[in-house]
Design a protein around this ligand. Structure first.
Ligand SMILES: Cc1cc2nc3c(=O)[nH]c(=O)nc-3n(C[C@H](O)[C@H](O)[C@H](O)COP(=O)(O)OP(=O)(O)OC[C@H]3O[C@@H](n4cnc5c(N)ncnc54)[C@H](O)[C@@H]3O)c2cc1C
Length: 413
């Protein structure tokens, strides 16, 4: 019997578990494999939709599905978060009931979360369009009241998920005020710690002219240290200040708190992960996928998806006695809406530089299509379409050997 534990039932965890369950249905039925997802959330949310809730007044409920309804037969959902993942001794402990579950293989897919503690004053001042459907709905309530003044959006700190999303917020705010005929009364400012409007120069060269054309101010190299909500002032680490009237910033993110202090994670809780086969450093039976990893790539759903496919396929091969092994190519594909029904994409891999893709209505429709197939894709649906779309970047076959498993440590008694 192979016991597979999946810690976190978001985009990556669901695609991994459901794909594995589809491929191994006979083994699951005959008791040779058990797959469990651990996640205390009642709902899963379509996170890219947060922007439309905050800046277009979309219904927040439309972004939600019950997590239990996204798990295929053959996968057991344990409706609790884990408070401990002991990789060396191969068990997890659940948070509420303190139950211990042993595993043979574990996949960590706990995502990333905003960390307001890094910037004093930010949580009181900010209208968060980035962390939940509910928070975005509150941000929209505030936005509707804005008639004039200085609206500042952008990046409060790094890392954060979905790199283009702060730029999208600037373009969507511009569109909102244009449509309300308030654009002349409202100054829109985009704030970033990077040297340009987008960290990558190719993408920057495409979007910077749009900022100019729409009269959106860009303030670069602003490393936000604190916010003074009383004085409505942003203060940078270098001592610069910037006044605002309304704030829509993306807070810096960290990994799940339970990993801080674990040897297999860094000090911010990001899991030390192999960039190709996604094993957790020194453990060939533990993997990390999606936002939870320390990989130097975008934290985005496409990465979580393709990483889930690589790990699932490697476990299937192993179970079937096949020597086929697969690697993640580093493929990223983040859509960036530029307003008024136009979008571009940030596309690249570990080996291929970011492509130059001009904003178009066609790209915007592709982004819309992604939402149409999102819920089915979490259940392993439309994989033929993704395989066709990503082509050679979907995954790479490899002969690379994984490192030998680390033996359990001697426990202090
Ligand atoms: C505004 C916005 C726009 C975005 N747009 C795009 C886009 O256009 N394209 C794109 O590809 N990506 C986009 N993303 C990013 C994408 O949504 C995430 O990168 C993706 O969901 C990451 O998947 P994940 O499985 O790593 O984490 P998540 O989907 O966040 O899931 C993590 C899960 O882990 C669970 N969890 C946390 N701690 C524990 C614990 N201790 N025990 C058990 N479970 C736990 C959580 O409850 C959650 O269900 C966007 C994100 C935002 C916020």
């Amino acid at each position: 019997m192979k016991n597979v534990a999946v810690v976190g039932g978001g985009a990556g965890g669901l695609i991994f578990a459901n794909t594995l369950a589809k491929e191994m249905s006979e083994d699951i039925q005959s008791g040779k494999m058990k797959i469990r997802i651990f996640d205390g959330s009642i709902y899963h949310e379509f996170q890219p939709g947060y922007l439309a809730v905050a800046f277009r007044g979309r219904d927040p409920e439309s972004l939600r599905r019950y997590l239990s309804g996204l798990v295929l037969p053959g996968v057991e959902l344990v409706p609790e978060n884990c408070s401990k993942v002991d990789i060396d001794n191969r068990f997890v402990v659940t948070e509420k009931t303190g139950k211990k579950f042993e595993f043979d293989e574990v996949v960590i897919a706990t995502g990333s979360k905003p960390d307001y503690s890094q910037i004093p004053g930010l949580s009181q001042a900010n209208h968060d369009f980035h962390s939940s459907a509910r928070a975005s709905a509150d941000a929209y309530k505030r936005l509707q009241k804005v008639r004039w003044g200085k609206v500042v959006t952008g990046i409060a700190g790094v890392p954060y998920k979905c790199p283009p999303s702060p730029n999208e917020s600037a373009f969507m705010l511009d569109e909102f005020f244009v449509r309300r005929k308030l654009r002349n009364e409202v100054k829109v400012t985009f704030l970033t710690p990077y040297l340009r409007s987008y960290s990558n120069e190719t993408v920057n060269s495409i979007i910077e002219p749009i900022y100019k054309e729409r009269n959106i101010e860009i303030i670069t190299s602003f490393n936000l240290e604190s916010v003074d909500p009383e004085k409505e002032l942003l203060v940078s680490m270098e001592g610069d200040t910037l006044p605002y009237d309304t704030l829509f910033l993306v807070p810096p993110h960290t990994g799940a708190a339970i990993f801080k202090g674990e040897e297999y994670a860094d000090s911010d809780g990001w899991i030390k992960t192999d960039k190709y086969d996604l094993h957790v450093t020194d453990h060939d039976y533990a993997f990390a996928i999606g936002d939870a990893t320390n990989l130097p790539i975008s934290k985005a759903g496409v990465e979580a998806h393709l990483e889930a496919i690589v790990v699932a396929n490697n476990i299937v091969s192993e179970m079937n006695g096949s020597s086929d092994r697969y690697e993640f190519t580093g493929r990223l594909q983040c859509s960036m809406e530029t307003g008024f029904h136009q979008a571009t994409f940030v596309v690249g891999t570990y080996d291929k530089p970011i492509e130059r893709i001009q904003p178009s209505f066609y790209n915007y429709m592709q982004k819309k299509l992604m939402e149409r197939i999102y819920w089915a894709s979490l259940k392993g649906g439309y994989e033929w379409l993704f395989r066709w779309h990503f082509g050679e970047d979907y995954y790479r076959k490899t002969t690379r050997q994984r490192p030998p498993a680390q033996s359990p440590k001697v426990q202090n008694i």
